[in-house]
Ligand binder design. Sequence first.
Ligand SMILES: Nc1nc2c(c(=O)[nH]1)N[C@H]1C(S)=C(S)[C@@H](COP(=O)(O)OP(=O)(O)OC[C@H]3O[C@@H](n4cnc5c(N)ncnc54)[C@H](O)[C@@H]3O)O[C@H]1N2
Ligand code: MOO
Length: 410
Amino acid sequence: MTIHSKLSTASNSCAATVDFATAQAILRLAALPLGSETVALEKAGRRILAEPVLAKINSPRFDVAAMDGYAVRSTDIAAGHNRFKVVGESYPGSARITLAGPKKAMRIMTGAPMPIGADRIVVLEQCIVEGDFVTIPETLHNKPHVRPRGSDFVCGDTLLEQGATINPNALVLAAASDANKLVVHRRPRLSCLASGDELVDSGDASSTGTAIPDSLSQAVLLLGRQWGAKSGKASRVKDTPEAIEGAARDLLPDCDVLAVIGGASRGDRDFARAGLVPLGLSINFAGIAMKPGKPVWYGRIGDRHILGLPGNPVAAMTIARLFLAPLLTGLGGRGTEAGLRTHYLPLADAVQCAPREQFLCGYEDEGHIRLIKRQSASRQLSLQAADILVQVPAGSHDYPAGTQMATYRF
Ligand SMILES: Nc1nc2c(c(=O)[nH]1)N[C@H]1C(S)=C(S)[C@@H](COP(=O)(O)OP(=O)(O)OC[C@H]3O[C@@H](n4cnc5c(N)ncnc54)[C@H](O)[C@@H]3O)O[C@H]1N2
Ligand code: MOO
C-alpha cells in the first residue's frame, strides 16, 4: 500500500468535520471505565471508587463518653444525690463494665465506653475529688455528654459512594469503615508518540543549527497524570509512516491511551493517521470546527484509544485539556464530565466571535477573564500565564465586557 493510499484509507474512514459538542458526545460514548482493581488503603489516595464503601462496624461501637469526667446514673441525681463512690475507671478501648448499685461513679475519659447502667457524664472540671469519692455540683447542664452507639454511622451504612475520589476526608471514612482494601477504578495508562524530523530532546537543540526541543511529550504526560492517568512511555520518531507504525507497535501493548503528537494536518510529512492504518486504526472523528486544534482526531486500535494532537504547542495543549482530560476521566471511572467542568466568569474586555468556535488562552484576574494578548496556536509563550481556556461560541458578533463565559481550568 502506498503512503497516499494509506492516508486516503485513514481519511475515508473519517467522520465529516464535526463541531466541538458532537465530538465530545462521541468521546463520551467511547470513554467507558476500564475496569476495577483492589488496592490497599494506603495506596488508595486520589483513586476513584468502583464500589461503595459500607461500614463494617458501628461508630461509636458503644455508647461512649463525649467528655472527660465521671459517669453516673441520672436516677441518682434525680433522687438528690451529689456524692458518689468512685468504683473504677474507663478509657478508650477499655472493656465495658457495669456500674453496680446506686451512688456509684466511674472515672471516664472521652471516647471510653459508658459503663452499663450509667447514662451521663459530669465533666471533670465540675467535680471535687476526695479520696475514693467525687462530689458533683447541685445543678448540672442538661447535656448528658454521651455519644450513643451508632450515632455517627451504623454497620451497613454507605460511607462513600461509588465514583467518589479518595481525598484525605474520604480516606477518614474509608478507614473508619474498617476496610483495609478498596475496590477502585483502574487508572488509564497514557503513552505519547511524537513525530517530527525537527524535534530533539530538550537540552539538545542549542547544539544544532535547526532542531527544536520536543516541548510537548512530557507536558502531555503531566497533564495526563493530573487527570488520573499513569504515565507510560514517551517515544519520538521521524516523520515517516513506517517510523510511526513501528513506534506505535511497541507502545500499544502497554498503554490504554496513546496521544499522537503532530503530523495531524495535511502537510507532505503529516503521517500520524497513515502510520497507524496498518495497525487497524479506525477513526471516530477527525477535524473539528474549533480554533485552535482543528486537526484533532480520535480513533481506536482494538480497545486502545488513540488521540491525535496537532503539533502546534498551544493547539496541542488546548486539545489535551479539552479531549485528553475527559477521555482519561471517563476511562478512569469519573465520567467525561469530570474532565470538562466549566466555571463561568465575566469578561474583563469585549471579545470577538469567529466563524469557528474558539478556545482562547486567558487568566483569572480578580474574578474576571483576561485574555492573553497574542493568541496563536504556535506561540508557546501564551502558555506562560494561561490558567484558563475561554470558550467563545462561533458567530459574527462581539461579547461585551461583563458577559459570563464558560472557562476550563488548565
Ligand atoms: N494546508 C494546511 N495546513 C495546515 C492546516 C490545514 O488544515 N491545512 N492546519 C494547521 C493547523 S490548524 C495546525 S494546528 C497545524 C498542525 O499541524 P500538525 O499536527 O500536522 O503538526 P506538525 O506539522 O507536525 O507541526 C506543526 C508545528 O508544531 C511543531 N511541533 C510539532 N510537534 C512538536 C513538539 N512535540 N514539540 C514542539 N513543537 C512541535 C512543529 O515543529 C511545527 O512548527 O498545521 C497547520 N497547517
Ligand atoms: O487550529 Mo491550529 O490548531 O490553529 O493551529
